[in-house]
Design a protein around this ligand. Structure first.
Ligand SMILES: CC(C)(COP(=O)(O)OP(=O)(O)OC[C@H]1O[C@@H](n2cnc3c(N)ncnc32)[C@H](O)[C@@H]1OP(=O)(O)O)[C@@H](O)C(=O)NCCC(=O)NCCS
Length: 169
């Protein structure tokens, strides 16, 4: 049986390998301290034996300085003239990773859909965008899930991407 649980300091983290050392070690070594410091909350998809996938969420904002001129215009034009601010509230997917043995089975895409719908249903604090710093290899995956590149990564750096929550209305 699979379950999605919030990681807390008392969680026992079951074995996980997504093929990326940074993402593996964040889960194993840093996710609990990020929870305690309220810097990021991590959710784990697990079965009885192993960790299948995880993602972390934190608050963010989209800033003009983080976007190219044309992508900033596209973002600002989503809003009426009188509320075209210099930044817009967002929630960031700090990390998302699927275990190697479960990749290419649509789990990453299903988790993105879950995040979108779950946050949409929680009306306490407003935000307009989901953001992610995507590895260059994962840009296509996020594009297929409705994300747009705001600042393409150069020389193998991550690309800043966003998803407009208003698409779900
Ligand atoms: C990227 C990742 C989250 C996608 O999850 P997933 O469950 O495998 O994805 P889905 O089955 O929903 O979608 C398949 C798409 O994911 C992407 N993908 C799958 N495995 C991948 C991998 N090892 N690295 C990068 N992208 C991958 C591909 O774009 C694939 O599309 P394609 O079949 O057209 O090539 C997952 O593969 C992963 O954790 N990869 C390693 C870590 C990583 O790159 N995380 C993203 C950090 S920004």
């Amino acid at each position: 049986m699979r379950e999605l649980v919030l990681l807390t300091p008392r969680s026992v983290i079951r074995p996980f390998d997504c093929g990326d050392d940074d993402l593996n070690s964040f889960l194993m070594e840093d996710a609990k301290s990020h929870f305690e410091s309220r810097l990021a909350f991590t959710y784990i998809l697990q079965d009885k034996i192993e960790t299948i996938a995880y993602f972390s969420l934190l608050n963010d904002k989209i800033l003009r300085k983080n976007s190219t001129g044309s992508s900033w215009e596209i973002i600002r034009n989503l809003f009426p003239q009188e509320i075209r601010y210099g930044s817009f509230p967002a929630v960031k997917i700090g990390r998302l990773a699927v275990s190697k043995s479960f990749q290419y089975k649509n789990i990453g895409s299903k988790l993105l859909s879950f995040i979108k719908i779950d946050l949409l249903k929680s009306p306490r604090s407003a935000f307009r965008f989901l953001t992610v710093d995507a590895y260059s290899d994962a840009v296509g995956f996020y594009e297929r899930n409705g994300f747009v590149e705001m600042q393409p990564g150069r020389n193998g750096q991550t690309s800043i991407m966003y998803f407009d929550m208003a698409k779900l209305r």
